[in-house]
Design a protein around this ligand. Sequence first.
Ligand code: FES
Ligand code: FES
Length: 164
Amino acid sequence: MRLTCTVNGTEQQVDDVWEGESLLYVLRERMGLPGSKNACEQGECGSCTVYLDGLPVCACLVAAGQAEGRAIGTVEGLTDGDTGQLHPVQQAFLDAGAVQCGFCTPGLLVATDDLVGRSLAEGRKPADAEIREALAGNLCRCTGYEKILDAVRLAADRMSEAGR
Ligand code: FES
Ligand code: FES
């Protein structure tokens, strides 16, 4: 099948896609977007988290055929495409020391962007319990999570101050 969808704001067309192959495979192997990571390929770890029509999903659980005509946002789309400037969530993870091997990081960045964006849209910053719940599906076996929590708080503080 031919898959047509929008990825990070740009329309993409890919031919010869088997409709049952995963969106994660399409992104990584057919579209040259390796940011989303394949760790478990069964919806357990969150390292493949992307936006699908504005909602975070595990790309390994989305069949390519389900992405037809839809809008996908990947971790690559967080960075400013014109200036290369990191998104505040990306910068906060770096500054807080929340990245070790980095395998979980792309999924955590998307999940954090979603959480902080939703909270700030409601005029508040996420509470610690909300952060823990929102990131419960994103597994990290390096950091012990404390630095990740620091990074989310830091991103929320900075984005709140910047009025994003
Ligand atoms: S690779 Fe998709 S949830 Fe682990
Ligand atoms: S930094 Fe290695 S799995 Fe999270």
